[in-house]
Write a protein that binds this ligand. Structure first.
Ligand code: PLP
Length: 408
């Protein structure tokens, strides 16, 4: 007799974005002819750069000829791409061995799959957080049920990130085992400093905890003092796994390409050096057959100087949008965070209004869709996320509508 994995039954409600879509579609059905503007989902909108397009075309052309045709590749990734990634770290003074890099079909799958190499243990997440970290651990059975009163799963340690602590958590009070950190942060747009990251690296080493560091938005950091990799912090190679993505940097949200760095020096309780690296290698070679041979040549060229120069223009475009959004919110006398080294503006709702109430208000009065902060965790209550991904005219139109139509 087969049964369902009961942990799926523990998952609370729907995923945040389907609920946003449901409410938006309801508004559109009830208000035909009204133009709805979207500052909601974090998806890229700019076309790929010419150099990367050429790289992707090589991937296709290779398949057209017997001599260059390839089928399955290495599960760990194309050797040339791994070398390019190693070199990308080397340029920043970080030494990573090719065997410590695992190319994948994206950071979301990696950040949900990586928990499978850990045993049972207590998970700590930033609150608010990207929903995948919590949900993957609920499904894996590391939590109790969802508590409607607290808005939290039992057994997970939520580390509040609010304006009171500059959106970076203080260390957990007790001992936790698996810690998720995301910087630049989705949804708050905050970027951790080296000093802040060091507190967690020191904690993890002292407590034999593992840090899973999601650096999907690293390229949006323009302040040279801010760390772009957790491996800029001494000791991080012993306690941190870094997850990266070509999605937001290169517009590969549909192409699908990312990677995980798992150093051989990464150890947890009762493991030897290399054991966790070998476990992830086993996981990937067993469950995954390698990233697409169409996507990987795009990744190789994406890391060349020419392509990086081109993609910087795209990043500047998104960050220009972020500036316009932030200035619009501030013009209204409201408070906004983020949007400087990350493509998200994290605003306080007026008069501490409930996030979903503000969602309805913004939609009804300004016809703009955003993302309720409470959807990312209980500490997101009273906050609201606006995304800087979009066409410039659309962003200006949406911000104008907010400035002119929102009743405060
Ligand atoms: C968009 C995003 C990713 C990227 O996921 P992909 O699977 O590589 O597209 C990862 N982490 C966070 C926090 C994100 O917002």
């Amino acid at each position: 007799m087969a049964t369902i994995n009961k942990n799926y039954g523990l998952l609370e409600g729907g995923y945040l974005f389907p609920e946003v879509t449901r409410r938006t579609n309801m508004f559109i059905a009830e208000n035909p002819g009204v133009k709805v503007m979207r500052l909601g989902i974090g998806d890229t909108t700019e076309p790929l750069t010419p150099t990367v397009i050429e790289g992707l075309k090589t991937g296709v052309d290779n398949l057209a000829h017997k001599k260059t045709y390839t089928g399955y590749g290495n599960e760990q990734g194309n050797t040339e791409l791994i070398e390019a990634i190693v070199n990308d770290y080397r340029k920043r003074g970080i030494s990573i061995d090719p065997s410590e890099i695992f190319v994948s079909d994206g950071a979301k799958p990696d950040s949900s799959n990586i928990q499978s190499i850990f045993g049972p243990g207590t998970v700590a997440v930033q609150d608010p957080a990207y929903p995948v970290y919590v949900d993957s651990n609920v499904i894996a059975g590391r939590t109790g049920p969802f508590n409607e009163d607290t808005g939290q799963y039992e057994g997970i340690v939520y580390m509040p990130c609010t304006k009171e602590n500059d959106f970076f958590p203080k260390l957990p009070d007790g001992k936790v085992d698996i810690i998720y950190l995301c910087s630049p942060n989705n949804p708050t747009g905050a970027v951790a400093t080296k000093e802040q990251l060091k507190t967690f690296v020191d904690y993890a080493i002292a407590n034999k905890a593992g840090i899973i560091f999601d650096a999907a938005y690293e390229v949006f950091i323009s302040d040279p003092k801010l760390p772009k990799s957790i491996y800029e912090i001494p000791g991080a190679e012993k306690c941190a796994i870094e997850i990266k993505s070509f999605s937001k940097s290169e517009g590969f949200t549909g192409v699908r390409l990312g990677y995980t760095v798992l150093p051989k020096t990464f150890v947890v309780e009762n493991t030897k050096k290399g054991e966790m690296n070998a476990a992830w290698n086993r996981r990937q070679t067993t469950f995954f057959n390698g990233a697409s041979c169409l996507a990987q040549p795009g990744g190789i060229v994406a890391l060349t100087e020419d392509a990086l120069r081109e993609s910087q223009k795209t990043i500047d475009h998104y960050m220009g949008n972020a500036k316009i959004i932030k200035e619009g919110i501030e013009y209204l006398g409201l408070t906004a965070y983020g949007g400087v080294n990350a493509p998200y503006v994290w605003m306080e709702t007026p008069d501490n209004m409930d996030s979903w109430d503000f969602f309805e208000k913004l939609l009804n009065e300004a016809h703009v869709v955003g993302t309720p902060g409470s959807g990312f965790g209980p500490s997101g209550k009273g906050y609201f996320r606006l995304s800087a991904f979009g066409d410039r005219e659309d962003i200006i139109e949406a911000v104008d509508s907010i400035v002119n139509n929102l009743k405060l």
